[in-house]
Design a protein around this ligand. Structure first.
Ligand code: HEM
Length: 390
């Protein structure tokens, strides 16, 4: 695995047990991919966000009138243009209908790869200097930190991708929970050494998940996306970033009977038109000495009222783009690897969840892009299939 240059950031608090937790989560990421795909003799997809609505070409242009104080890193040179590629996705770790059988929605993703940036990089992208920006359609991430995400991954691995057990401690307050089940939950809390603080965070996660399930998106090109986690903004500031379409249309055009892949259909039909889609790329910049930054908790919100987003660039997706669903484009899209660590040093990802993402994204991308026959289990299952027909 490529070693990433990780300068120490003075604004972070890194617990001593974190290295082991990150290692275990990375191993579980690969073991989950083996279960989901290799054991079923299927092509390996991304660890999360496996379902793509399409990859599109775009141009990122730094605003000509960008505030002087924001001219650093990628945003150093006003009016500078970069080619970019954008992948729209569903976050769910399995490829499922865009709206599930219960009518629940899911978290949606937007990943921007900005090509050929100037400056010192943390990690090169196949030897290129590309800046990736990964976002979801909520301003907060459902899991606060590495221990919580590790606990989720252990549960997904042991419970066949069912996350319910993660929320079990919340059932203790529910009068309908049978006594025997309460006993089992108490056992689980003891075994996992869950503190009151941990259970409070589980409640926060549950609340965010309910919001995600309720949030209808009509078109991946007409929704605002957020980094949720914080990043450096030069040496002495930190930022969160967001991309917001200029003609945000909300959910007005949600189809009456949405198909399983209605988000891809919406993206395709918009890009068959001749009107370019323009996103404002914006940052919330704060000083590290402020209180309530929540650097180590990705579920903490930076209020837009108190800390408004400021426009720094525009992302233009030109239309028509007819080739988004061509086999060649889909293959290219599948082989791309996005990570917040494909980044200029000036925008280093910070906080617990971002430190965890460093090796997990690499583990997922390396595993899914390696030659199929280099994996012994895949080879054996193919051999069995060839000899015995199953
Ligand atoms: C602020 C929190 C996060 C955001 C905004 C975010 C966003 C995204 C997006 C948009 C993608 C799709 C990239 C693409 O189109 O290829 C992605 C992929 C991925 N994310 Fe996250 N994510 C977050 C946290 C996490 C965490 C905590 C983990 C696990 C430790 C994780 C693991 C992954 C993995 C494994 C992939 C696929 C990597 C690959 O195979 O190329 N993400 N994420």
């Amino acid at each position: 695995m490529t070693q990433i240059n990780t300068p120490r950031c003075p604004f972070e608090t890194v617990p001593s047990e974190e290295t082991g937790q990150i290692k275990e989560t990375s191993n579980l990421t690969v073991k989950l991919l083996e279960k989901r795909y290799i054991e079923k003799n299927k092509k390996v997809l991304r660890g999360v966000h496996p379902k793509s609505h399409g990859c599109v070409k775009a141009i990122l242009e730094i605003n000509a009138d960008i505030d002087k104080g924001l001219q650093l890193g990628l945003f150093r040179e006003p009016s500078k243009k970069h080619d970019a590629i954008v992948r729209f996705s569903n976050a769910s770790s399995l490829v499922r209908p865009d709206i599930d059988d219960n009518g629940d929605h899911g978290s949606r993703g937007m990943a921007i790869k900005v090509f050929d940036v100037d400056g010192d990089m943390l990690l090169h992208d196949n030897s290129q200097s590309n800046q990736d920006f990964l976002m979801i359609n909520q301003p907060v991430f459902a899991f606060a930190n590495t221990p919580d995400y590790l606990r989720l991954n252990r549960i997904l691995y042991n419970e066949n991708d069912d996350p319910s057990l993660f929320f079990a401690p919340l059932k203790l307050q529910d009068p309908r929970t049978p006594e025997q089940q309460k006993e089992q939950i108490l056992q689980y809390i003891k075994q996992e050494k869950l503190s009151e603080q941990d259970i409070k965070r589980i409640f926060d996660t549950f609340t965010i998940v309910q919001q995600i399930k309720a949030e209808a998106v009509a078109n991946p090109l007409q929704v605002q996306y957020f980094s949720a986690a914080p990043f450096l903004f030069g040496d002495d500031k930190i930022m969160k970033f967001s991309a917001k379409p200029r003609n945000l249309q909300g959910t007005d055009n949600l189809p009456e009977n949405p198909s399983d892949n209605y988000l891809q259909d919406a993206l395709d039909s918009t890009l068959k038109g001749d009107e370019s889609i323009v996103f404002d790329f914006m940052v919330q910049v704060r000083s590290p000495d402020e209180s309530d930054l929540g650097i180590e908790n990705s579920s903490s919100l930076w209020s837009e009222t108190d800390f408004p987003f400021v426009n720094v660039a525009t992302l233009t997706i030109s239309a028509p783009q007819a080739e988004t669903q061509s086999e060649q484009n889909k293959k290219h899209c599948e082989n791309l690897a996005f990570t917040p660590w494909h980044s200029l040093k000036a925008h280093q990802p910070i906080g617990s969840i971002n430190r965890l993402r460093k090796s997990v994204y690499q583990a997922s991308a390396e595993f899914r892009t390696k030659e199929p026959l280099s994996c012994p289990r895949s080879f054996l299952s193919r051999l069995f299939h060839w000899i015995f027909g199953y």
